[in-house]
Ligand binder design. Structure first.
Ligand SMILES: [Mg+2]
Ligand SMILES: [Zn+2]
Length: 354
């Protein structure tokens, strides 16, 4: 392909009303860096097409590549689209980095978009309509655990309990492929696949994470089987792996000192650290927390007035939130109850149009 036709294509596809600047190749890195200084957050699409000849041009291209990767790691207020194309002398085609000589021309388009909304999903009984940890028991003979394992659970130590379940399944010869078959048959909550597809189509508007007390292997299997894993920017959960004996082992998500949460996971700490880590590049206009369980209350307590908590109707989180308001200590965030993913979808649809 002739590179000059690429450049023309990129010029023609610039969105109307954008501020276009034509900069020389050596100035563009400085321009990008200075924009980083005053933009609080950037989301960058960087369709870089670079070829070079002299050392200077290679260096510039390398800088651009680095700047691009750094910018791409953030997400937030603005979309900056950097189209970087180099003209070849007419009649020449791109061959290799070493011998192509070209004149640099860089087009930088900057166009503000609305601030993003962060969607935080619980997984069990929210994305899927079951508890993934108890669903795995379907692999056991007659879908039942021996009493000594079933009765060994101590409150607050769920991960240790599941460790015993997985060891038992490993000991009776249940292997990875059988577990995967069982787990990927878990039903999604009504309307959730449609909701996730909708979010996937509006990733310029939403960032989306999961915070779950399940484990990394189950969630990965289930999301990939449903072809929706790419919609989620991060999954925070208990790490898991298969040991040499073929048993699944699960570790605590992290250590924390929250007295309200189980020992392996405080979802509030996860959420706060996630937001802190993105600072100062990203600040969300709103957080929407979607969950069902008792362990979703702790993160909900750190939400602000402008945020929204969406508890599943008839589940523990909904009753804990209504108890708080009866005790005259309501959560700060707005409360929107849901019973299917379609209702959440309708709510988000209004946001994207607003
Ligand atoms: Mg749940
Ligand atoms: Zn907590």
């Amino acid at each position: 392909m002739m590179w000059d036709s690429c450049v023309q294509g990129s010029c023609l596809s610039a969105p109307s009303g954008t501020q276009a600047e034509t900069l020389s190749a050596c100035r563009v890195v400085h321009a990008l860096i200075s924009r980083l200084d005053y933009c609080n957050a950037l989301y960058v699409e960087l369709p870089l097409k670079i070829c070079g000849g002299s050392d200077g041009k290679l260096q510039t291209a390398a800088c651009l590549g680095t700047a691009g990767r750094e910018l791409n790691s953030g997400a937030g207020y603005q979309t900056v689209s950097v189209s970087c194309c180099f003209f070849l002398p007419s009649g020449q085609e791109k061959r290799s980095w070493d011998h192509v000589l070209c004149v640099g021309l860089v087009l930088v388009y900057i166009y503000p978009t609305t601030m993003k909304v962060l969607l935080v999903f619980d997984f069990d009984h929210t994305v899927v309509d079951e508890n993934s940890d108890t669903w795995i028991v379907k692999c056991a003979p007659a879908s039942k655990l021996p009493d000594e394992i079933k009765n060994s659970y101590r409150k607050g130590y769920w991960t240790e309990y599941m460790g015993r379940v997985f060891r038992y399944l490993g000991d009776i010869g249940i292997r990875e492929d059988e577990m995967k078959r069982t787990m990927t048959a878990i039903p999604f909550t009504t309307g959730m696949k449609e909701l996730i597809d909708f979010i996937g189509k509006h990733k310029d508007f939403f960032d989306c994470i999961i915070i779950s007390d399940s484990n990394a292997i189950f969630i990965d299997w289930i999301l990939k089987a449903a072809d929706v894993s790419q919609v989620f920017d991060e999954v925070f959960t208990n790490p898991a792996s298969f040991n040499d004996c073929g048993s699944l082992t699960v570790q605590n998500c992290h250590a924390h000192d929250c007295a309200k949460c189980p020992i392996n996971l405080c979802k509030r700490k996860v959420l706060e650290e996630f937001l802190e880590h993105l600072k100062p590049k990203v600040k969300y206009s709103q957080i929407i927390y979607i969950g069902d369980g008792g362990n979703d209350l702790c993160p909900v307590m750190c939400l602000k007035k402008s945020d929204v908590v969406m508890p599943r109707q008839g589940y523990m989180l909904e009753s804990l939130i209504s108890q708080l308001s009866q005790n005259l200590v309501p959560v700060e965030a707005s409360v929107v109850v849901w019973s299917s993913g379609f209702e959440i979808l309708a709510y988000l649809e209004v946001l994207t149009k607003g």
